[in-house]
Design a protein around this ligand. Sequence first.
Ligand SMILES: *Cc1c(COP(=O)(O)O)cnc(C)c1O
Length: 395
Amino acid sequence: MKEKSTRCVHAGTIKDAATKGVNTPIYTSTAYAYLDQPQQFYPRYFNVPNQQAVIEKLCVLEGSESGLVFSSGMAAITTTLLAHLQTGDHIVFQAGVYGGTHHFAVHELGRYGIEHSFTEGTTRADFESELRPNTKIIYVETPSNPLLSIVDLDMVAALARERNIMSVIDNTFASPINQNPLALGIDVVIHSGTKYLGGHSDICCGVVLASDDVIATVRHSSLSFGGSLNAEMCHLLERSLKTLELRVRRQNENALTIALALAKHDAIARVFYPGLESHTAHDIARRQMSDYGGVLSFELKDAAPTMFLNSLRLIQPAMSLGGIETTICQPAMTSHVKLTGDERLKLGITDGLMRLSVGIEDAQELAADIEQAIHNSQNTEGDNSESQRSKTARV
Ligand SMILES: *Cc1c(COP(=O)(O)O)cnc(C)c1O
């Protein structure tokens, strides 16, 4: 089993011995007889069969020794970090990490006496200048939200190794299909399984994948923090992962098609997608990713953002991402609404910025929906036959 498509389908399955059914049965028990078996099974111990089956599949997909599946991405992130940080330690976060992670750093870590800082940018110098004698973790997210910035994982892994620091990546946007950071020397991979791994916008879960040693430390703390995932959700996640390669491959293709179409569009100021040669870190992305993922962002020039969103017919304005259905959101009004206008501009987030999570629908129909919504929301009083004509030419 070398190919990811095969691994997605077969890895980890616990065949049903009683009936020879082809799927892992759902083991709902929370109580297990203990007299005649050495291991104590219990859902919060992260060791019941459905947890083990799904984590085995994920380990095979990410190329990791070991892993744990949690009840949310944030449970995976916070448990991993708190398991490895002590009072007096310091952690460096890349600028622009996921909002929940940022909130955890700013509002929780200090209460445990743990210091943190954020980098200014994504170069080696940016990371080096934030390192302190007590730095224990470098935490990155690439591609990151919402501008799809890319961090060089070879660089991060080398820097962390030199200083004996643990490197952690939130690999949610890439999924294990497009990027395998452990092979590049990163120590710990985390996913919000709520996004691509679940893939149907109906499961909330998270995953940590790393060496046996690292996972033993996380497991020790996770027994106390208790963020385990129940059997039914593990089953849904296992089922979803069987089509992960198929879904993500289609999302990669669709996203590139739409990114190329938008990049040529005269009503769009800029397109952010690591698969475009115009992306500032396209070379790094090409080196460390096998494909570029289903998320892209673009900036409307003069179309009114709210009218644009209201004009979409197929694409749904919704938070979250990674589902088979295409969704869109306006970061200035959603993920980054709590920042001031100036803070947003400093990060490059304008009011016209749209983050698109591309699904598995037909790419031309998606592009046409964006096109008609742009047309509908542009300031086109009077004769708009010109833009009507170019509409058919463009998409
Ligand atoms: C959604 C998300 C998270 C948090 O995951 P939850 O499952 O919502 O807890 C973390 N990182 C990234 C990049 C995400 O998109």
